[in-house]
Design a protein around this ligand. Sequence first.
Ligand code: NAD
Ligand code: ZCW
Length: 273
Amino acid sequence: MHSPLITLNNGIKIAQLGLGVFEEDFDVSKTKEAVKKALEVGYRHIDTAAVYRNEEEVGKALKEADVAREEIFVTTKVWNTDQGFDNALKAYDRSLKALQLDYIDLYLVHWPVKEKRKDTWKALEKIYKEGRVRAIGVSNYLVPHLEELETYANVVPAVNQIEHTPFCNMNSTHLKCKQMGIALESYSPMVRGLKKDHPILKEIAAKHQRSTFQILIRWALDNGVITIPKSSSSERIRNNFEVLDFRLGIDDLKALSTLHDGTRVADDPMDYL
Ligand SMILES: NC(=O)c1ccc[n+]([C@@H]2O[C@H](COP(=O)([O-])OP(=O)(O)OC[C@H]3O[C@@H](n4cnc5c(N)ncnc54)[C@H](O)[C@@H]3O)[C@@H](O)[C@H]2O)c1
Ligand SMILES: OCCc1c[nH]c2ccccc12
């Protein structure tokens, strides 16, 4: 069974359910096998970043996997220390080489670094207009960042990747993205397990005979949001993908909409204003 596809604002399609490969301890030894396992299970969307220090491992997995390149959607990101026009151009070339790819499907500005984000976006527009990347986007852009981007962008981001979960719902950003035609992508969809025993989550999980992790992944999918749960465990990689044969009901979504408590696992993008 394959993930549903989302059509981005430039017409290209992305698998709505992907695999994230950020290891908090930067232990890249697990990445290659995790990506190969994910592709074997049916994932066709891999999310990495220059700062994850594992683009080489992702590239090896893509080479070794028995899946055609054109079937796989690969995202990577330009890190904060590589922002600015010339730096971002060089960073893209480094990522392309590390991944051993002829093109990247989606290239994101990792964080809206103040003073540099406009020039960084101009660099990504150059790469995109030259046809060297299939789509460009942003990450950790909230409404103020998007409103500022609207004043200088010639290309509308295809994706905005943010921390968006029932506990840290960025509904105002989601609405702004919809208004701009930007697809929303949720990172840390499982809140890194912090909320796995929440009573409302457990009640919904029991009703569907699923894990609370699967309920959190399904929440993103049923809200039309792209999501990229991370695991390097073969069993969990499979479990996280086994969410395509059920949906949450309106009562489940209403209950999950009451869970916002500000819990987040990443920095607050509002600190980047
Ligand atoms: N753009 C950004 O700034 C940004 C920030 C954070 C993460 N991301 C991306 O999003 C991806 C996912 O986010 P994340 O890794 O922060 O958190 P996540 O919510 O995907 O949770 C990952 C954690 O949950 C555990 N886990 C995974 N599946 C499980 C299961 N079935 N049962 C029990 N535990 C399970 C994993 O061991 C891992 O520790 C990252 O790998 C990265 O690609 C992007
Ligand atoms: O995309 C994940 C970004 C991130 C989260 N925690 C970090 C620590 C150091 C560098 C990058 C990150």
